[in-house]
Design a binder for this molecule. Structure first.
Ligand SMILES: *Cc1c(COP(=O)(O)O)cnc(C)c1O
Length: 372
């Protein structure tokens, strides 16, 4: 069981220790790298595991995987409608390292680092005087916070990537959270299956399964990320009863073609990953070039419907500015509503009338006993 990895590339600690942080090492032209360094650190730092770097297509500047991990001078562009911390996480952080925007759910930030720094990161400011990860004392305060608020039933471990932590550290956190009787489920938000699949060892999967019900939410954004190694990592989790779902981010040049998204969702189902959310890109400053129009998101949803089972269709959502929460955005199939019928648009465009049930008659109500 505890066999040492046969190759150093199979060792997740080696992968983390050898993350590539110089854009020219991934083929960025020196003049572009220069433009980046002249931005004076305004650009979120680069970090890519050798594993993820091996998936890039050398020499293709439009490679979707490259777009997700290589910094771009466009990130220094400022736009009126983009901001720092668009979903207002700092204001929704009652204690440092804990974010709460819903009555029943809380997010614990347990790590500041990631195997790959995604260019579209929603926590791009972690450790830059903004959100911080929980310190050991902070973790105790978080436990008290959760214990005193039994309405919180769902605790999400996030970061950074929680799977940058050692098994032992993770397990002691899980054990402590699980001791709180009001916590029903724990979720782990991690891109490790995508960016560092060798992190999902049999030992880790066994450990996570011991602290269930536990859900893993990951983020595959492009079919080429679904490698054999990634599918094996997912399988180790699913085989042990851990539900794995996907929270993709819709990104210009990455997965904004309907056929790409369909291929991704089909691949996810094959890997036993349930597509959960498809996020519109956050309104963070520096991300304008990665954003798509709402229309494009809706067109993708229309394309999926009818071509893949409902089990393979994620919910398109926007995380609203101001930290108000996520809202679903759906193609509209309701053409008109009347007291006795609703007119619906079928997938082929035909309009079909769906009758409402007859109003309950007086006699029926008498039978149900609501009137004397
Ligand atoms: C996204 C998010 C959640 C989880 O939302 P679900 O819709 O339940 O997946 C919980 N808390 C915060 C602060 C979030 O941003």
């Amino acid at each position: 069981m505890n066999r040492a990895p046969t190759k150093r590339q199979d060792d997740w600690r080696w992968q983390l220790a050898h993350r590539i942080c110089d854009p020219t090492a991934l083929g960025m032209a020196p003049h572009r790298a220069c433009a980046l360094s002249e931005s004076g650190g305004a650009v979120f730092p680069m970090a890519v595991t050798p594993y993820y770097a091996s998936l890039l297509q050398p020499g293709d500047p439009d490679d979707p995987l490259r777009i997700m991990c290589l910094p771009d001078p466009k990130e220094t562009r400022r736009c009126e409608h983009l901001r720092f911390d668009p979903i207002d996480e700092l204001r929704h952080s009652p204690i440092p390292g804990l974010v709460r925007r819903y009555p029943d759910r809380a997010v614990l930030l347990v790590s500041t680092s990631c195997p790959v720094n995604c260019r579209h990161c929603t926590r791009r400011s972690m450790g830059k005087g903004h959100l911080t990860a929980l310190t050991p004392e902070g973790f105790q305060s978080a436990l008290e916070y959760l214990t005193e608020r039994p309405e919180i039933r769902d605790v999400i471990l996030s970061g950074g990537d929680p799977l940058t932590l050692e098994d032992r550290a993770l397990e002691s956190m899980l054990r402590a959270v699980r001791k709180i009787p009001s916590v029903d489920i724990v979720r782990v938000g991690t891109r490790a299956p995508v960016t560092l699949p060798m992190r999902v060892t049999t030992e880790l999967a066994n450990m996570l399964a011991r602290h269930g019900p536990l859900y893993v939410n990951t983020q595959f954004n492009h079919p080429r990320e679904l490698t054999g190694q990634a599918a094996d990592a997912v399988a180790r989790l699913v085989d042990r009863g851990i539900v794995v779902s996907n929270q993709a981010v819709l990104l210009r040049g990455v997965n904004d073609r309907p056929e790409t998204m369909l291929e991704l969702c089909r691949g996810l189902l094959r890997a036993r990953v349930r597509p959960y959310y498809l996020f519109l890109c956050d309104l963070w400053e520096g991300l304008e070039h990665l954003r798509t129009r709402v229309d494009e998101g809706l067109a993708i949803m229309e394309h999926l419907r009818g071509r893949i089972s409902g089990m393979g269709i994620p919910q398109l959502v926007a995380d609203l500015p101001g930290g108000i929460g996520k809202v679903p955005i759906s193609p509209n199939h309701i053409v008109a509503r009347y007291p006795d019928r609703t007119v619906l648009r079928a997938l082929d465009g035909r309009e079909v009338t769906y009758p409402e049930p007859e109003p309950a008659r007086r006699k029926d109500r008498a039978i149900s006993g609501s009137t004397p």
